[in-house]
Design a binder for this molecule. Sequence first.
Ligand code: SF4
Length: 272
Amino acid sequence: MSAYAPPTTLSPSRIDSFLSCPLAFRFSSLDGLFDPPTEATVRGTMVHQALEYFYDSPNTERSEDQLHSAVDKMIGDYETDDDIIFLGLTGDKYDKLGNECRKLALNALEMEDPKQVNPVGLELRIEATFGEVTLRGIIDRLERDSEGRLVITDYKTGRAPGPSFEKKALAGVHFYALLCQREFEEDAAELRLMYVKSSQTITSRPSSKTISFTEQRLTAVHQAISQACESGQFATRKSALCNYCTFQQWCPEFGGDPNVALVEAPRRAQHS
Ligand code: SF4
C-alpha cells in the first residue's frame, strides 16, 4: 500500500516546492502542516490585488490617480484579512505595509505604458489534463500585444534573480505557456516576469520545443512525486531556503524527526 495517494493535480508552485525540497513538499502539501504566511507573501498578494483592480479598468482611465484608487480599494479589502491579523500587521504596521504596496504598484506603472496593455484575463484560472495529472495555474495577466499575440505576465515583488538563475525563475511561466497552448491552441509570443521592486523585467520567448519540453517535465515531476508517495521516501534538499523553512525543527538535516512533525506541528485547518 502507498504511503500517500499520488496527487492528481499540480500547480507550478507545488512543482517548484517539490523540486526545491521533497520533504518540505510532503509536510506542506501531503501532511497538511501549517506553513504560515509571512509579511513578504502578504505584501505580494496585496500588490497583485491592486494591479488586478487597476488593469480591470478601461485603458483610457489608467492613470496614476486611478492606480491610487486601486491601491486604496485593496487596502480597504485587506485590513481585516486573516493573514494580516495572524501576523499582527494592524494599526501603524498596516499603514506602513499599505505604503510599501503603493510604492511597488507605482513602480509597476512606470515599467510600461498601462494604456497599451490589453488584458484577455486577470488572475486567470486555467487548467488542463496531461495524462494522469491535471495542471492548474492562475495567470496574473494574459494579454494581446499590438500584433494580437498572447503575452503572459507574472508580477514579482521579491528580489530579481541574478543572470544564472533567470532560467529557473522562468520555469513557472513556461507551465502557463503550456496551459495557454492547450486552452487557446496558440503559442504565447512572450513570457514576462515583472520584478516591481527593482523595476526589472525578464522575458522569454516560448516555442513548440520549449512547450513540448515543459509537458515532458510535468510528466517527469509527477512520476517522481508518485514514486515518493508510493515509497514514503521524501528526500531532503539542503539549500539557502532552509533558513526560511517552517519545518526545520523536524528535518533530519537539522537533527529532527519528520514523524514527530505529524504529532507536534500545527495543521493548516487549525489556522484557516
Ligand atoms: S530545512 Fe531544508 S532540507 Fe529540511 S525540510 Fe526544510 S527545506 Fe528541506
